[in-house]
Design a protein around this ligand. Structure first.
Ligand SMILES: CC(C)(COP(=O)(O)OP(=O)(O)OC[C@H]1O[C@@H](n2cnc3c(N)ncnc32)[C@H](O)[C@@H]1OP(=O)(O)O)[C@@H](O)C(=O)NCCC(=O)NCCS
Length: 164
């Protein structure tokens, strides 16, 4: 794999993705997250390797979960994904998110993870993320099919926090 560069998605990046053979569900995600960035709600970080997107994470400027927001301000990583997995891309994305949160954010970075996602939990633990200690949050999100059509999904997640 060529070296990976992580940067916020620019309008040019989105145009490039729209012209390329990106699957409809991934393109819908890119568009949605770029729109959030344009509205000032988040940064949308992409990992690029040789002109291909190999990972993404949305850095929300406030937690997605009301119960977390009530307990204070933090920036939160959402929809983290590495493709391929296990090659260091996830770690690079998290490191880039931490740096942005340190420079522009609130000083605390969080994320929510399904308790069954043991591989991801191992990674977060190694990067010093700790359970926030207030139980699970109920997550609601849009699951997209291969045509990009969304349907609502829910699930329980534990949240973890770290000081960037
Ligand atoms: C979780 C994820 C973002 C980690 O990114 P990554 O690039 O695979 O991780 P890195 O290569 O930087 O680090 C490897 C570590 O990630 C963890 N990991 C999680 N899922 C993994 C997978 N499928 N393959 C390999 N490692 C994985 C392991 O803890 C591994 O550490 P180990 O060597 O101690 O086993 C990525 O595996 C992924 O996209 N998974 C599917 C989507 C997902 O679960 N997202 C997280 C939602 S909270």
């Amino acid at each position: 794999m060529d070296p990976v560069v992580v940067r916020p998605c620019s309008p040019d990046d989105l145009s490039r993705l729209e012209r390329s053979a990106v699957p409809a569900d991934a393109l819908a995600h890119h568009r949605e997250r770029c729109a959030m960035q344009q509205r000032g709600e988040a940064r949308y970080l992409l990992g690029w390797s040789g002109g291909t997107v190999v990972g993404r994470v949305t850095l929300l400027h406030a937690s997605k979960y009301a119960g977390v927001r009530e307990r204070g301000d933090l920036w939160e990583m959402n929809a983290l994904e590495a493709l391929p997995q296990g090659r260091g891309v996830g770690t690079l994305l998290i490191t880039a998110a931490e740096e942005l949160a340190r420079v522009d954010g609130t000083g605390v970075l969080g994320l929510a993870v399904e308790p069954s996602n043991t591989g991801a939990l191992r990674l977060y633990g190694r990067l010093s993320y700790r359970d926030w200690g207030h139980g699970m949050v109920l997550d609601e999100w849009t699951e997209r099919d291969s045509a990009g059509r969304g349907c609502a999904s829910t699930g329980r997640r534990a949240t973890t926090c770290s000081s960037p």
